[in-house]
Design a protein around this ligand. Structure first.
Ligand code: ADP
Ligand code: ZN
Length: 210
């Protein structure tokens, strides 16, 4: 089963992708996490990507398409995968089709912009494994420490309020057109993002199973 999780930054795709990955036993592949990892390792490509991310822009299509192509070719993805944060432009979606990858469903997690900006300031991420948390909705058991790997949990560089606004703008311009793209192909399932994470998870699984 090959799935795509679509949604604005902070809509909760990453969290839901992690839950679905556990339930359906397929890897959740997050381009955001992979790019942050590359940036942390200080590779030339990683540092270049970071400059785009920190200003709220998208990393160039060729770069992410290359990353995804290599990643989905790995062994653990042969029975299926969840793409979290890819595709983010129509060009990327087209590249995915050109690779001959069949997508079963696109789960579009919808959250209104006003709620997004309010949520993002509380978001935290593990700097080691990329697991996502929220100080209010999904706190770590021990403050600042990842439940999964004991890594350091921190505010992401691009979750500062100024950057969030430009990321939302980027989302509406470049990514929202994918809703129509996948709707036309009969793949789109929209899930209304709830205040409770578990409630969104329930609706997400329902949409996947339907
Ligand atoms: P969010 O969903 O909260 O925006 P992500 O971790 O998915 O966070 O992405 C963080 C940043 O990484 C994006 O703002 C963008 O700069 C870059 N990025 C991630 N995925 C892609 C992609 N598919 N195409 C281009 N840039 C990407
Ligand atoms: Zn961790």
């Amino acid at each position: 089963m090959n799935l795509i999780f679509l949604g604005a930054p902070g809509a909760g795709k990453g969290t839901q992708a992690e839950s679905a990955s556990n339930k359906y036993k397929i890897p959740a592949i997050s381009t955001g996490n992979m790019l942050r990892e590359a940036a942390k390792n200080g590779t030339e490509a990683g540092l270049k990507a970071k400059s785009f991310m920190d200003s709220g822009d998208l990393v160039p299509d060729e770069v992410v398409v290359g990353i995804i192509k290599e990643r989905i070719a790995l062994d653990d993805a042969k029975n299926g995968f969840i793409l979290d944060g890819f595709p983010r432009t129509v060009k990327q979606a087209q590249a995915l089709e050109d690779m001959g990858v069949n997508i079963d469903k696109v789960i579009n997690i919808h959250v209104a912009d006003e709620r997004i900006t309010a949520r993002m300031s509380g978001r935290r991420v593990c700097t080691d494994c990329g697991a996502s948390y929220h100080i209010e909705y999904k706190p770590t058991s021990s403050e600042g420490v990842c439940d999964l790997c004991k890594g350091k949990v921190a505010l992401r560089d691009d979750d500062k309020p100024e950057t969030v606004l430009s990321r939302l703008k980027t989302y509406h311009e470049k990514t929202a057109p994918l809703i129509d793209f996948y709707d036309k192909r009969g793949k789109l399932r929209t899930v209304e993002g709830q205040e409770q994470i578990e409630e969104t998870t329930r609706l997400t699984f329902e949409a996947i199973d339907a």
